[in-house]
Write a protein that binds this ligand. Sequence first.
Ligand code: GLN
Length: 566
Amino acid sequence: MVFFQAVKPEFTIFAAIINRSNYRSMKKPAKYIFVTGGVTSSLGKGILAASLAKLLQMSGYRTTIQKLDPYLNVDPGTLNPYEHGECYVTDDGAETDLDLGHYERFLNVPTSQANNVTTGKIYETVIQRERNGEYNGKTVQVIPHITDEIKRRLSLIGDEGKYDVIISEIGGTVGDIESLPYIEAIRQFRYDYGEEHCLVIHLTLVPYLQAAGELKTKPTQHSVKSLLQSGIQPDILVCRTEHKLPMEVRTKIARFCNVTLDSVIENANASIIYEVPFLLAKEHLDVVVMRKLGMKKKTEPDFSYWKNFIATMKNPSDEVTIGLVGKYVELHDSYLSISESLTLAGPRHELKINIEWIHSEDITVENDDRLLGHLDGILVAPGFGSRGMEGKILAARYARLHKIPYLGICLGMQIAVVEFGRNVVGLADCYSTEVKEKAKNPVIYLMPSQKEVTQLGGTMRLGSYNCNLKEGSKVQLAYGEKKIQERHRHRYEFNNKFQKEFEAAGMQMVGHNPETGLVEIIELADHPFFIATQFHPEYKSTVENPHPLFIAFVKAAHVRKESLSE
Ligand code: GLN
């Protein structure tokens, strides 16, 4: 309630009148769906948003999802993966929350800078405006200035005219101090923009108490109450539960939380996240959403591809084991897009993919056989800094010597180059300058464009760049084309001074950036599948289009497995 008192009435009412008449005159304003979370974190707001978006997309609506993160970091690029999981990169080079990866994998449509807003970004903009004197000497406050900036960011994505529906997911849990400005901004936005074009879905938990033998609705009631205190009545309640929601529980929730009975949606645990759209469709979430927003199905959803894909996932003909070597393996979310890309590629060859998480610091010359010998494929993950680097180098060496299919991503390419330089080309003191600045043979070094950079956030080589593939190479066969675009996130690169020597020794440079000549892909001539990329293929793998390199990699792993069992 504090927020309502703090509002300067003349300002917001004036702004609201302007906004309302503007939006009212728009012929077909985009629809906004806000997804908030209650009771506890980790209920899966991202998967809910992505699943609903998929259902609406299948019904013929151009849908996108925006994530509003209430932390003060400008973006997650500077966050340690242990803090927040992987940092996902968009085509236009934004370092974003990992939920954007879910959005792209489900929707098969790229996201951009505008799809991820953080409190840090909001404050950065407002403070910059204040420094430029744009507030004409007024006191700059959370309300209205921060909330106005949140509303502006919400509008921006709709004003592009590219989307019929925008789903905005609010990070955190209702009741957190840091989400309050977002909740207030939604309240105002709904009024300004028109209630008929906005919908609030609240994701909540309905826990089962073993001792009482009952599902409990009180946490949901309290969390809705907390939303009501901030002036928002949710339209739909999606209830995470480990048990079926009986009718009396649904009725109770509907009655005590002021929603219609069909707006209480069960969100049961799913063994595969890609099944969630179907489970929610069974609960008619899409139907209720469309009815409330005055939308009609434009096309009959065609689930056939997704159904086949899930059926194959559940009934594979064989399985392969891939070792994922990284230094943040304790938190699997640190490598979310990589593990999902493997999982998504499996069904293309009717394979189930088992991932073995291997800590790079654990690998030594003494135990490499035990840790790596049984694997069908080895993937060395991206990373920064020196910790675990030697273990990664040993993993690449093991894959090369034992002809185990290898996929190296970003740092996974750089360490493969170091290993080859040391052990095949025979270069002494061969390293990446990221670890050893004065190495005699700096086969990986800082890109010239990075030399003057001192600020950490948003300064790497980021986003989509062109790459030309060498005709007849393994990667070119995998892609089936000669020109590709892939996303990047790095500061170091292959030192082209060594290219001739490496090629003569059997490491082919098979992908180059046509504008700068940077090496983007290497592969070994004398190996069934040893491919490593400076870019991140995992950011472009989706349910409908698993990435060609992952498809080729899991296939190679299976071929090896079969050949060993013959
Ligand atoms: N640390 C390396 C670089 O900055 C690799 C980065 C990565 O793996 N994303 O070039």
